[in-house]
Design a protein around this ligand. Structure first.
Ligand code: BV8
Length: 253
């Protein structure tokens, strides 16, 4: 299960790389992890701020929570782990895919484009009621939920909400299909799966390692602490993503 001190993943012309990241990859950028604060997330209970029921009960609280995270993410910078993944994408092109559970936008700011933000984005807003297309939004709403103008024009009140997948909500089926397709493509090529900075608690992303294992892929976990789904991985590298990933992926050193 464990690997030598300065492991490297062999990446050549026949290698495909599928990466999943979680809150831990942004920790060195100064952003709080989901479970780092002992189950409270920025002082809030998950049920109150990351579920549709919590939003229906107190949309103003949810907007204060996400506005604080929007501000923190805007002030943060991508770290060497984000940059290493963008560099590997540049080398592998369509033999690389990055799936992030994070909504902080740091992978995109690091240059990643073959990227699926599978839990949505802090910087997109949509209507909680009508089919108003999600729109780019960096604004902060600390004194109550903004209303949907399209609904108002139709004589009804509806709150805008962050374009984020909350607990109990379905992930985009196109995203799931794209991940499955990437894991199964490239017969004869070698698939390497790397999970970075995730406790493996949240489904269905926690099960993506099994997609790779099912096609004979080599699975790696880079995490600071033991993860819930540790046992599902071939190799585990304990350490900080910003230090481990550039070496592991052969980007530096
Ligand atoms: C769904 C919103 C259909 C965005 C989030 C199967 C079994 C059990 C439960 C379920 C299941 N299937 C579905 C569920 C229900 C639920 C779920 O998984 N519950 C769990 C918690 C029990 N899943 C859902 O509801 C999903 N929808 O499946 O719909 C359905 C519905 C109900 C029932 C059945 C089916 C929707 C999930 C999406 C939820 N939205 N976030 C936001 O506001 O951020 S999830 C939230 O957790 C964040 O996105 C976060 O990224 C994510 C996962 O957490 P991690 O990223 O792993 O973060 P965490 O803090 O936990 O871990 C960080 C790790 O990094 C730590 O281990 C730490 O050691 C490490 N670390 C720290 N620093 C560093 C580091 N590592 C390296 N370097 C460092 N420097």
């Amino acid at each position: 299960m464990d690997v030598p001190d300065d492991p490297r993943i062999a990446i050549d012309g026949g290698t495909r790389v599928l990466v999943v990241t979680g809150a831990g990859i942004s920790a060195e950028s100064g952003l709080a992890t989901f479970r780092g604060a002992g189950g409270l997330w920025e002082g809030q209970r998950v049920e109150d701020v990351a579920t549709p029921e919590g939003f229906a009960t107190d949309p103003g609280l949810v907007w204060r929570f996400y506005s604080a995270r929007r501000a923190a993410a805007l002030a943060a910078q991508p770290n060497p782990a984000h940059l290493a993944l963008a560099a590997v994408e540049g080398r592998l092109e369509d033999r690389f895919l990055l799936v992030t559970q994070n909504v902080d936008g740091l992978h995109r700011r690091a240059g990643s484009r073959r990227l699926i933000e599978i839990h949505g984005s802090l910087f997109r807003t949509r209507c909680s009621r009508c089919d108003l297309p999600p729109f780019a939004d960096e604004s902060l709403h600390e004194s109550g939920a903004p209303g949907c103008e399209r609904c108002a024009a139709r004589g009804r009140r509806a709150d805008l909400r962050p374009d984020i997948v909350w607990f109990g909500e379905l992930l985009d089926s196109d995203h799931l299909r794209r991940v499955e397709a990437f894991a199964e493509e490239g017969p004869g090529e070698r698939l390497v799966f790397v999970a970075v900075g995730t406790s493996g608690n949240v489904w269905p992303v926690a099960g993506f390692v099994d997609l790779a294992a099912a096609v004979g892929g080599e699975t790696w976990l880079v995490n600071l602490e033991p993860a819930h789904n540790d046992w599902r991985f071939d190799r585990i590298v304990r350490g900080a993503a910003g230090e481990v990933l550039p070496v592991l992926l052969g980007v530096v050193g």
